[in-house]
Design a protein around this ligand. Structure first.
Ligand SMILES: Nc1ncnc2c1ncn2[C@@H]1O[C@H](COP(=O)(O)OP(=O)(O)OP(=O)(O)O)[C@@H](O)[C@H]1O
Length: 646
């Protein structure tokens, strides 16, 4: 592949801060990979001193694989390629003393956080608990601890939330637990306040590369600055038109800040798109021109102009699914293509349900890309909780998760007494359960059940570092987990899936232990990675299936034929984001630029939402596209003649 002039410039510019403003499909992944190879082979940088940050673990893995095609496996292994969270975890593990954290710390995921917040707030309303979790997360992502949050709080309500934050912090500290946000919050705070450690890390990192810069938030930008302060040798790659995570704190402002903080910043634009036909790019350019820009850029393509963009109107959601399915079947027949060449993209997860029903009827093999990862399955969460408790007996949430899985006859009353005792004695639930003094408060049956559990964990713990697989095998058979699953699931197929999952987990741990034989702390590292690995499920690319996914999930992917469904006001743009139309437009732009050869839109005249039938109007974004490149199919539906009821 011949690199274009700007791609070469972007790779060869290594003497100062560099921003690559890379349009969709302009080969940014290629450029980052080639730049890393260039830094090692031409600039003779030690691979140990190159750090690349990607948005997902999957992207990190892919990048590593592609580099190892060009460099030896040993050299590739020395390069740090990780997400912000994994890099943060590495800093935390190296600086335990400075952070005052014990080495056996656990990591909380979102579900664990909610469980703790339920206890702290004494409320059982999930929406409320999620809100508190997000508020705490937002504080941490702005580098604000509970003390400072309290000082800034004005209203009584704000003060109340700050109190929750404070109690949450105390809880985590006492149990030696970090949450996801801490993995960036703690290292950033540490490097900001500790000059010696800051210098140590700055000396370690001779070159920093960050992919998907448009999705960085406040704290991530701070961390980038802290890590690269002394040599300012970094390359950030991003596209302001593809920033779709403001709801997670991503800030487009990070582009403008860069120019202010680094006046010497070199900006290189990649505008040559190698993915999409001319017509698709024209539509994308037309649409995104309606947004404000950090710097103007216009994508161009040398590929053929391509067929007209079809807009398929439907009378209702079911008809929309039928028309799209029929179109796919016809199109596939005419073009001798495969199902895997097609993708259906939508704004919200609930839109897929009606499609699934129709696809099954039409016998179209399909795959829904979901965010529920392998690690969120109940049996996997159970086994990981057992492991977490063996490694950190202060992890009360792991304790609560498994104390009655499988059921041991330890009911709510007993748990309440254990909790009271642990609060009174200021010890963990595990230590409270291990205390003989508890005997007088419990029935002998409950006390014995509890003791058996404690003995089990203690015995397993003895060998966990030496023979983890044997310990897990023992655990599963001792607690009769499989027969409990069968009884609980009441469905043989689900039971089989669960067994397979457990088998995969054991194999996975065993492989990871083998490949990390000489490293210390292997098991806890493996568990940390499992907890951080909360990404989209992967489908075997060999499977010939139509892929359905949200627009967010489609980022970074490409398909020959793309169907964007539900192109209606209220759906896209989504009614909850009407105050952020620019981001909804960017989301539409991301969808359009996934298509290589052909693009289709569909919308439905009537839609059922929350049990109510509503009449819709076509999305404003359809009306922003170049008219002559669109073909509105007829379906007795006049595009401007809808009742607007949203
Ligand atoms: N110089 C080049 N010549 C030919 N093809 C190229 C060149 N650079 C990149 N490509 C191809 O362009 C396509 C898009 O590249 P890539 O996936 O890296 O884009 P991207 O910038 O990451 O896109 P997006 O941000 O939209 O996900 C790939 O198929 C890649 O092989």
């Amino acid at each position: 592949m011949n690199l274009n002039v700007n791609q070469k410039k972007a790779i060869h510019y290594v003497s100062g801060p560099c921003l690559i403003l890379a349009g969709a499909g302009s080969g940014k992944t290629q450029v980052i990979i080639k730049k890393i190879i260039y830094l090692i082979s031409q600039c003779h940088l030690n691979p140990n001193s190159i750090f690349a940050i990607t948005f997902t673990n999957k992207a990190a893995k892919e990048m590593r694989n592609r580099i190892s095609d060009k460099l030896s496996h040993n050299i590739t292994k020395m390069i740090t390629i990780s997400t912000f969270h994994s890099l943060g975890l590495r800093i935390v593990k190296s600086e335990l003393n400075a952070l005052n954290i014990c080495s056996n710390f656990s990591i909380f995921d979102e579900q664990d956080q909610i469980t703790v917040l339920k206890d702290i707030t004494k409320k059982n309303d999930r929406t409320f608990l999620k809100k508190v979790r997000i508020m705490i997360s937002n504080w941490k992502n702005k580098l604000i601890n509970s003390y400072n949050a309290k000082i800034r709080a004005k209203s009584i309500i704000e003060k109340k939330y700050c109190r929750y934050y404070e109690l949450y912090e105390i809880y985590l500290k006492s149990c030696n637990i970090l949450d996801f946000d801490d993995l960036i919050f703690l290292p950033t705070l540490l490097l900001k306040n500790n000059e010696l450690l800051r210098e140590k890390w700055q000396n370690k990192i001779k070159y920093l590369l960050v992919d998907e810069y448009q999705d960085t938030n406040f704290i991530q930008y701070e961390l980038i600055k802290l890590l690269s302060k002394s040599n300012k040798n970094f390359t950030l790659v991003g596209d302001d038109d593809q920033s779709i995570y403001s709801w997670r704190g991503a800030r487009l402002n990070n582009f403008s800040l860069l120019k202010l903080d680094y006046p010497e910043l070199k900006i290189i634009k990649l505008e040559h798109n190698y993915r999409s036909s001319g017509r698709i790019l024209k539509a994308a350019n037309f649409l995104i021109e309606n947004n404000p820009h950090f710097l103007q850029k216009k994508l161009f393509s040398n590929l053929e102009y391509g067929p007209i963009i079809n807009i398929i109107p439907a009378r209702n959601e079911e008809e929309e699914a039928i028309l799209v399915s029929k179109k796919i079947l016809n199109h596939k027949l005419i073009n001798s293509s495969n199902y895997r060449d097609y993708s259906v993209l939508y704004r919200s997860n609930y839109q897929v349900k009606v499609f699934e029903k129709v696809l099954i009827n039409f016998k179209i093999p399909y795959y829904v890309v979901t965010r529920s990862s392998f690690f969120s399955r109940p049996e996997i969460r159970d086994l990981l909780a057992y492991l977490k408790l063996m490694l950190n007996s202060n992890d009360d949430i792991a304790f609560l998760k498994i104390i009655n899985r499988p059921s041991r006859g330890i009911g709510e009353k007993t748990l309440k007494k254990i909790k009271s005792w642990s609060i009174y004695k200021k010890i963990s639930l595990f230590d409270a359960s291990n205390s003989n003094e508890l005997k007088s408060f419990l029935s002998s049956r409950s006390f014995n059940a509890l003791q058996n559990f404690i003995i089990l964990i203690k015995e397993l713990k003895e060998n966990i570092f030496i023979k983890p697989i044997m310990v897990l095998d023992n655990l599963i058979s001792t607690i009769k987990y499989e027969s409990w699953l069968l009884k609980n699931l009441k469905n043989f197929k689900l039971y089989k899936i669960s067994l397979n999952n457990m088998h995969s987990l054991l194999n996975w741990i065993s492989e990871l232990i083998q490949s990390n034989k000489n490293k210390s702390n292997t098991l806890s590292d493996i568990i940390y990675q499992f907890i951080l690995h909360n990404e989209l499920e992967e489908e075997n690319p060999e499977d010939d299936k139509l892929q359905l996914m949200t627009l967010h999930a489609s980022k970074g992917l490409e398909f020959p034929y793309v169907f964007m469904i539900g192109m209606e006001e209220g759906i896209l743009p989504h009614y909850s984001s009407l105050n952020n139309i620019d981001e909804e437009r960017r989301l539409t732009y991301v969808g359009i630029t996934r298509a290589k050869k052909e693009l289709f839109f569909s919308y439905s005249k009537i839609r059922c939402q929350y049990g109510e039938v509503i009449y819709t109007v076509p999305s404003r974004f359809l009306l922003e596209l170049p008219k002559n490149d669109l073909l509105w199919k007829k379906n007795n539906v006049q595009k401007n003649n809808f009742l607007k009821k949203i």
